[in-house]
Design a protein around this ligand. Sequence first.
Ligand code: C2E
Ligand code: CA
Ligand code: CA
Ligand code: CA
Length: 283
Amino acid sequence: VKSSGKNGVRRFDGALDAELERRKVLEREFQFALQRGQLSVVYQPIFHLPSGEVHKAEVLLRWTHPEFGAVSPGTFIAMAESSGQIIQVGGWVLDTACAQARRWRDLLGQPLVVTVNVSPVQFLQPSFVPQVKNALLRSGLPASALELELTEGAVMQQPSTVRAALHDLRQLGVSIAIDDFGTGYSSLSYLRDLPINSIKIDRSFIRDLATPRRAPQYAVALVEAIVGIARTLDLQVVAEGIESSGQLELVRSFGCDFAQGYHFARPMEAQALTELLHHDVTA
Ligand code: C2E
Ligand code: CA
Ligand code: CA
Ligand code: CA
């Protein structure tokens, strides 16, 4: 957009310039974020619906910039992927998550599975499986307490590399979840052909269930169909983005095994989750 000299347009250009400038600064400074201690992770509990207990926790990366404050993962993950830094940062997330899961295991005497998001850029590296192995070795965490979240896009790329990596991970005892399920425009055969343990129904489908009176028929049918696919293939199914009791009751009635969302809890510091686990909060 060219500034025509009219006030409104000039102001719009100014805002755009500021945003572009901010992105440039963020891109430049992300490379120092890890060494400067600006990265951290938070944990969002995932509830097992039949028991109402927290069985898993999703690990979510945070970047607090000294000047700009909290930067959205939607912004910085993409930057880290295009620069390749996601490989190193992803390794740090794995180490941090496994060490914390080990602490919870020692503290609570019960296993809590940590689920770690893995970028396709990170996953397709030959160093990825060794990275996972090392994180488990260093922390002393059993592989059964680690789940990796991959998107459909990630598992549809480079089929032979993906297949080999997934089988190696399965051999180790690590679980695999398909994140944002239903948004990838991919065929379903990979669910049958690859060693996958669970699927996470994308938040957009769960959002469609949320209407004041009655959920639209198409939304109910879609989520029910996804749960049916999971059942048929013997996969666990997680509903993410549950924000209301109405949504919760629906996904429970469809037979979802797990649920996650603001209705239960927001992502939180490890310490806060420790307290929640001690209180054994139920749904
Ligand atoms: P995702 O894997 O789909 O993670 C779920 C996102 O939904 C998180 O956003 C979480 O805070 C948010 N969320 C959870 N419950 C609700 C809810 O009830 N309502 C709404 N509206 N949102 C909810 P967040 O933390 O901003 O992360 C965004 C994305 O960034 C993640 O989406 C994931 O793709 C990526 N990401 C986060 N951490 C990592 C990481 O360590 N590695 C990689 N590769 N990607 C990450
Ligand atoms: Ca995820
Ligand atoms: Ca997701
Ligand atoms: Ca997502």
